[in-house]
Design a protein around this ligand. Structure first.
Ligand SMILES: [Zn+2]
Ligand SMILES: [Zn+2]
Length: 362
């Protein structure tokens, strides 16, 4: 099958003829229909990665083509969306419903003593996050797959497993935003827009979006933002305090730069919570004044994958999308072919491009 292989740091994405093993155990062979270009895959390909060659791509949607002998959760023909959340289903974290912090995620991939899922010219090829969606086919553990309705279109479906879980989940699961609450979303990129959708679904009264670019802020309005703040021209802390009167109940930092995170903390109301999602620089972080925080009963929480249970949340967001209650089409700026990943990532540098999705896998 055709797969896009990254052979080393900075070596881009090159189409090769890669072999896919037959499914064993809980593995599912998925015929890929759409695969999203996420920034974290570009980071792996350019400076973070250690295992090469590798097939990246962790925002994958497709049709179940074949199942391993122990698979019980999906069947051939099901439309599925993959997620990078890898969970065993039987550790203490999984049994308490917190699958996103599973203690044994390695149970979902093959061991070093087993034949590799992917190989090229007889040599093993690594599989990004247990998914490897930049390919015509992918071999994925059934725990990493959620079934979506057949009516769900492929391009928006691909976004569900990463950016949508992260953004909407931060609001709905991690922060448990309630109707009437005030919410600030810092960073109006694709993930931030999913947080706006989450805040609207939760019934937040005030949804303030902060960004440096007017074009992104305008887009935020169509997703349901009630107030827009351009932090290049306006002091965002003063503006949030002015709009809310008392500070915000929930502030979501999708940027992750020290100065921005410090501002986010300053925006909190008494009893408010700051949620850290973005990692914009290596020294991202925050200093917390204990006296101020305890006096105001404030909290700071790191959020991984929106505290999401993928089997519940992916079908939920798909259903809300099909009902017209969750915006996704506006996020798919461009659809490309499997051979055009390098160029697709290049086009993401333009602030107007929200997300790029591979839908031509021929
Ligand atoms: Zn991602
Ligand atoms: Zn587990």
């Amino acid at each position: 099958m055709k797969a896009s292989v990254t052979k080393g740091l900075g070596q881009g994405f090159v189409i090769e003829d890669v072999d896919l093993a037959a499914p064993i155990g809980h593995e599912v062979r998925v015929e890929v229909k759409a695969s999203g270009l996420c920034h974290s895959d570009l980071s792996v390909a350019t400076f973070l990665g250690q295992d090469f060659p590798i097939v990246l791509g962790h925002e994958v949607a497709g049709v179940v083509a074949e199942v391993g002998p122990e698979v019980t959760q999906v069947k051939v023909g099901d439309h599925v969306v993959g997620s990078l959340i890898q969970y065993c289903g039987s550790c203490v974290a999984c049994l308490s419903g917190r699958t996103w912090i599973c203690r044994r995620p390695e149970r979902t991939v093959r061991g070093a003593d087993e034949a590799p899922r992917l190989s090229w010219r007889g040599r093993p090829v690594a599989q990004g996050m247990g998914l490897g969606g930049f390919a015509q086919q992918a071999l994925i553990h059934e725990n990493q797959l959620a079934i979506v309705p057949d009516a769900m279109p492929w391009a928006p479906a691909a976004l569900l497993g990463c950016g949508v879980l992260t953004g909407a989940g931060a609001v709905l699961n991690s922060a448990e935003v309630r109707h009437g609450d005030s919410v600030v979303i810092i960073g109006a990129g694709g993930v931030g827009m999913n947080a706006v959708s989450g805040a609207r679904i939760a019934g937040a009264e005030t949804i303030i979006v902060v960004d440096l670019e007017d074009a992104k802020l305008e887009r935020a309005k169509t997703f349901g933002a009630t107030h827009l703040v351009n932090s290049r021209t306006t002091d965002p802390v003063a503006e949030v305090r002015r709009i809310t009167g008392r500070g915000a109940d929930h502030v979501f930092d999708f940027v992750g730069i020290r100065a921005v995170t410090a501002q986010a903390m300053e925006m909190l109301a008494f009893g408010g919570g700051l949620y850290l999602i973005g990692v914009g620089s290596a020294d991202a972080g925050i200093e917390v004044n204990s006296v101020a925080a305890l006096t105001a009963s404030q909290k700071v929480q790191g959020v991984y994958m929106g505290s999401s249970n993928l089997k519940r949340d992916i079908p939920l967001y798909a259903s809300l999308y099909l009902q017209g209650r969750f915006h996704l089409d506006e996020l798919v700026s461009r659809e490309i072919a499997l051979a055009d990943i390098d160029e697709g990532y290049e086009s993401l540098k333009d602030g107007k491009t929200a997300r790029v999705v591979i839908t031509d896998l021929a």
